[in-house]
Design a protein around this ligand. Structure first.
Ligand SMILES: Nc1ncnc2c1ncn2[C@@H]1O[C@H](COP(=O)(O)OP(=O)(O)OP(=O)(O)O)[C@@H](O)[C@H]1O
Length: 224
């Protein structure tokens, strides 16, 4: 069964008296244990799509289901806080906190069960993603872009959710770092049974994923 399902999603903005559709009755389903990519030209609506499936925006019509249940009924805030994580191109970390403090933040606001030894869990997560203790204790503005994105991935894992959305996560990183990030996403899907959905411009990343969807004219499909 799919963990995330978009059903007939439509999203438009009003341009004078015209409705400009970014997404038009598009449907797609994602499963656990798989690493998906979404490709599409600039302005095709990829970020908009991620915003809808992560409940940062609400579609004018259509539904998003999580484990078969409409996220409207789960509650948008509950869904955002407890069911999914988002990784952004610009990391969106809190710059004056250390790496480990950034990872602790979502643990303090989720309703999901988190072990008592949160600090140890946070250090472990960072270590797993390649941030050793010395770097974990640095304020994040003293880390490189690649290191900051690792912290953002560790933060995304902190609440133990099954679904990870990422919007151009390697957009600010060099090729070597991009490869390492892709390895992490593959591992999260294949070894930790996460559902990982990555929006990207990179054909190379798409080739490494289990399935690629192309966003064109408001519709997602597996055909180029
Ligand atoms: N509220 C809005 N008002 C006007 N235009 C909007 C609004 N929301 C989105 N758009 C436009 O919709 C289009 C789709 O935007 P979106 O950011 O989803 O595309 P994208 O595929 O992620 O692009 P990129 O690859 O460049 O990040 C863009 O042309 C954007 O300017």
């Amino acid at each position: 069964m799919s963990i995330i399902e978009a059903q007939d999603l439509s999203y438009y903005y009003q341009d004078g008296d015209q409705r400009r559709y970014i997404l038009k009755e598009t449907s797609v389903a994602f499963e656990k244990g798989k690493f998906y990519t979404i490709l599409g030209q600039s302005g095709s609506g990829k970020t908009t799509f991620l915003s809808l499936v992560s409940a940062l925006e609400i579609p004018q019509s259509g539904n998003v289901l999580f484990e078969g249940k409409d996220i409207k009924d789960i509650g948008y805030e509950n869904y955002r806080r407890n069911k999914i994580s988002i990784i952004f191109q610009s990391y969106n970390l809190i710059p004056y906190l250390t790496a480990v403090e950034n990872v602790l933040v979502p643990m303090s606001i989720t309703d999901n069960e988190i072990p008592d030894n949160q600090l140890a869990v946070a250090y472990n997560l960072l270590d797993y993603i390649g941030i050793v203790k010395d770097k974990a204790d640095r304020t994040v503005n003293k880390l490189s872009g690649g290191e900051q994105q690792r912290v953002a991935i560790a933060r995304a894992l902190a609440t133990n959710v099954d679904v990870i959305f990422a919007d151009e996560p390697t957009g600010n990183l060099d090729e070597a770092m991009e490869k390492e990030m892709v390895e992490i996403f593959r591992k999260l899907a294949h070894e930790h049974d996460k559902c990982v959905v990555v929006v990207t411009h990179s054909q190379e990343i798409a080739q490494q994923s289990d399935a690629t969807f192309y966003l064109k004219k408001g519709t997602l499909s597996q055909d180029e």
